[in-house]
Design a protein around this ligand. Structure first.
Ligand code: ADP
Ligand code: MG
Length: 659
């Protein structure tokens, strides 16, 4: 800061003539100047070194030592820094020129009117002070600029650090839609280096849909026009590499100092995983609630069906019933049987099945299942089984898992009325923390995955959302019950497993089932069932009145080597048996059949040949009236629908026991 100045100026008068020096000093002091004196050049230089003067009045002095002094002064001080006025006794032009060339600011002859000298001195002092003020101001400004620049750099660095550390995309676009800035997250996500991005438009990003850039630019223009912040709570982007991401975005108009909109700042957050997790949770909760409800209803239903079935059965044992009444009662039993099948699936959905888990290699189960699926899907469907290598054993109820796969296979078949491809594939799968979080699974760990994929009609999202709901079906009445996938879902959950599905209309469907691998402790103690169930070459007589069931069982058993003789009812079976009892190794009898039921056939046959092996089959529970005798006599029963493994092992066991 300039010091507060009160006097007219600080002046140094230099003259080797003491008289003239004193005179000049006195006169100047009278006009309010502070005056120092020097009687020689060297004294003057010394003073100048110590004190800051506004001007020097320098006499030429003897031997031109004044000019030398002037030259010495100019070495350290510029003319505006320290004005020097030469004083000459005689006005001699040669001196004047020499003095001015040596750097004097002015010259005055001693003879001149003192007022002239005063006036000139005053001007020089004023000029010098103004220059000094200006220089001070300039210096202060420079200091401030430097300080501000430093501050700016610090805040720029802060901004850049924050910009790149934020786990969201941040981008800045100008009013033409050209990127001017984008943070690291953004550039890494889009795999685009900074130098390619600057000045590029949104079309440089890899969109799956060519119309996307146009739509985004249209959206941006609205922000420019309205000048308001826009929040997009959920936008879905399809990327060229096939990824689909859901993002939450905020776009803020960017204004210049005058308030004019010059672009926008966008912040975009990836909420794909969050959405998936929420959706998975929502779905799980829904299934839980529906499951509980269904479970209660199914139980009550089951009890009622048992009563209907039981009493109808009792009514049937009455003597002297007309053919028509018998026929009617049998229809009731048949319907009750079908209803029981439905309730069984409902119970499975509500995870209330009674499981008999075994330690097994899933490939072993698939191997046997394959035979059945081949019969089921027909020739128009190309069926492929792929068994994964080195699978860890699982602890599952084989019958239930077969039923699950059967339901999936039937659905796949129904989805491919014009043929297609069905692939069933097993593999190992490790669910890591991240995967579990996204899919709302409780426990990371090792699973065995069974993938069932078809090339069928696929499903739109609104169907996909409901497929596990009990009674949800898109099939015509009588064709679908809507319980297949409910059973699948409940059973897999009951096994501690998971099911995922992916489908798109026209592109087919893939179900993925995950079964937890059996834990180490129990696996060590238990023998793992891995050897394939063997068939045989014995002859089996099957009595069954439902044609499809008869066909299926015949094919299954023939498939593993047995000779099959089939009968459509009990009477027919008895006749066949009577013709050649020695030839038959095993008889399979349906408990309920027209023209002689299983029980009566049994009584007749055991009369002739008590050692005959007889396997009973029924579509209904084993604790019912019509099967009571089986319990009393400790007879073997297998329940419909037949599942290959259960059937093969039961048949083999009975044949082996015979020996
Ligand atoms: P249902 O087969 O009796 O209709 P599900 O519970 O087995 O009952 O299946 C429910 C619905 O899910 C089906 O009606 C169908 O719309 C759909 N669905 C199931 N599996 C598939 C598939 N593989 N392809 C296409 N749609 C399927
Ligand atoms: Mg189904």
């Amino acid at each position: 800061m300039a010091e507060f100045v009160t006097n007219a100026g600080n002046i140094l008068v230099v003259d080797d003539d003491p008289q003239a020096l004193n005179l000049m000093s006195r006169r100047l002091r009278r006009h309010d100047y502070d005056v120092d004196q020097a009687e020689s050049g060297s004294l003057a230089l010394e003073r100048i070194g110590r004190t800051s003067y506004d001007a020097i009045l320098l006499d030429i002095m003897t031997g031109s030592s004044g000019i030398e002094t002037l030259i010495a002064i100019r070495k350290n001080h510029g003319p505006s820094d320290l004005p020097v006025i030469m004083v000459t006794a005689v006005p001699d032009d040669a001196y004047v020129v020499e003095a001015l060339e040596a750097g004097a600011n002015d010259y005055v002859a001693k003879s001149v009117d003192f007022r002239v000298l005063l006036a000139r001195l005053k001007n020089h002092v004023a000029l010098k002070r103004a220059e000094k003020d200006a220089a001070d101001t300039r210096m202060r400004l420079e200091e401030r600029v430097e300080e501000r620049t430093r501050e700016l750099r610090v805040s720029q660095r802060l901004l850049r650090t924050v910009f790149n550390a934020i786990p969201h995309h941040i981008f800045v676009k100008d009013i033409e839609g050209r990127y001017t800035m984008a943070n690291k997250m953004f550039r890494e996500f889009w795999k685009i280096p900074a130098e390619n991005l600057v000045d590029a438009k949104v079309s440089i990003l890899s969109w799956a849909d060519e119309d996307m850039p146009v739509a985004i630019e249209r959206h941006d223009r609205r922000i420019f026009e309205k000048g308001e912040t826009v929040i997009e709570p959920e936008v879905t982007f399809q990327l060229k590499d096939g990824r689909e991401v859901v993002r939450r975005q905020i776009k803020v108009p960017l204004r210049d100092m005058e308030g004019k909109i010059v672009g926008l700042v966008g912040i975009s957050e990836d909420i794909t995983h969050r959405r998936q997790t929420e959706e998975a949770l929502r779905q799980a909760q829904k299934m839980e609630a529906v499951g509980q409800l269904t479970g209660g209803v199914a139980h009550d239903f089951n009890n009622l069906l048992q009563i209907i079935h039981g009493y109808t059965q009792i009514a049937l044992t009455q003597k002297d019933l007309s053919e028509r009444i018998v026929d009617h009662l049998q229809k009731v039993i048949e319907a009750a049987g079908r209803a029981a099948n439905l309730t069984r699936q409902l119970l499975a959905f509500s995870r209330q099945s009674v499981l008999k888990p075994e330690y097994l290699d899933i490939n072993f189960l698939l191997q046997n299942f394959e035979k059945m699926v081949r019969l089921l899907v027909g020739v128009d469907i190309d069926l492929e089984f792929r068994a994964g290598k080195n699978l860890l054993p699982v602890h599952v109820d084989p019958g239930t898992i077969e039923q699950v796969l059967l339901n999936l296979a039937i659905n796949a078949r129904d989805a491919m009325p014009k043929g297609g491809r069905l692939v069933i594939e097993s593999s190992g799968f490790r669910a890591d923390e991240k995967f579990c979080e996204v899919n709302a699974w409780e426990s990371p760990g090792d699973y065995v995955e069974i993938k069932v994929s078809d090339t069928g009609v696929g499903m739109p999202p609104e169907v996909l959302e409901k497929i596990f709901d009990p009674f949800f079906t898109t099939k015509d009445q009588g064709k679908g019950t809507g319980l297949g996938l409910s059973m699948v879902y409940g059973s897999i959950e009951q096994h501690g497993g998971k099911i995922l599905v992916y489908s798109e209309p026209g592109k087919g469907t893939t179900f993925r089932i995950y079964l937890p691998v059996a834990d180490n402790a129990s696996r060590d103690e238990t023998e793992i069932a891995h050897q394939a169930v063997s068939g045989g070459n014995e002859t089996i007589l099957i009595a069954e009145d439902t044609r499809e069931v008869l066909e299926l069982v015949t094919k299954l058993l023939e498939g593993v080597g047995y000779q099959i003789i089939s009968a459509n009812n009990g009477l027919e079976a008895l006749e066949i048996f009577n013709r050649n009892p020695e030839n038959i190794d095993l008889i399979m009898l349906d408990v309920v059949m027209p023209r002689m039921g299983g029980r009566e056939v049994y009584d007749q046959i055991t009369k002739i040949r008590p050692e005959t092996s007889i396997l009973f089959t029924t579509g209904f529970g084993a604790n019912l009236v019509d099967t009571e005798f089986l319990f009393k006599k400790k007879l073997t029963l297998i329940q419909k629908p037949y599942l290959p493994n259960e059937l093969f092992s039961t048949v083999r066991e009975m044949l082996d026991r015979r020996r």
